[in-house]
Design a protein around this ligand. Structure first.
Ligand code: ZN
Length: 138
């Protein structure tokens, strides 16, 4: 199955400040912000020519992003690859011995189903597998 790198997730402490920084960096002003309640995060997407940049701010101390920042500081958090069939891809990865954080896909931002592959099995890089299920930017 073909995989396309659709975004790079960056963990940030202060979304407004980071949006200002990345807006200046990339010369972009229209930046959609979304909240994903079940991950306890707020997100801003910067659409570049190819993969987007996803800034992710925790909205609660028990958010996975808050834990990541506490342990490793702000910075690159995950790579997101889009596939046509997320369930088939998760089954394939599992059969190849990858450690799945999510056996079942769940709803992410931007009209996507998402699931994570544990960084223990991918050289320390958290991998997000996603499948587009609706409209909306990513
Ligand atoms: Zn992501």
């Amino acid at each position: 199955m073909k995989k396309k790198l659709v975004h790079v997730g960056v963990a940030v402490k202060d979304l407004s400040a980071s949006v200002a920084t990345f807006s200046k960096l990339l010369g972009l002003t229209e930046v959609p912000i979304e909240t994903v309640a079940d991950q306890k995060v707020r997100l801003a997407f910067f659409h570049t020519g190819c993969a987007s940049i996803e800034l992710t701010e925790p909205t609660s101390p028990d958010s996975p992003i808050a834990k990541f920042i506490a342990k490793r500081g702000e910075g690159v958090h995950h790579l997101s690859f889009e596939v046509d069939d997320i369930r088939a891809e998760l089954a394939r990865l599992k059969s190849e011995g990858f450690e799945l954080v999510d056996e079942e896909p769940r709803r992410g931002a931007g009209g996507y189903l998402i699931a994570f592959v544990h960084p223990r099995s991918t050289n320390g890089v958290l991998i997000e597998i996603s499948e587009k299920i609706g409209t909306g930017g990513h």
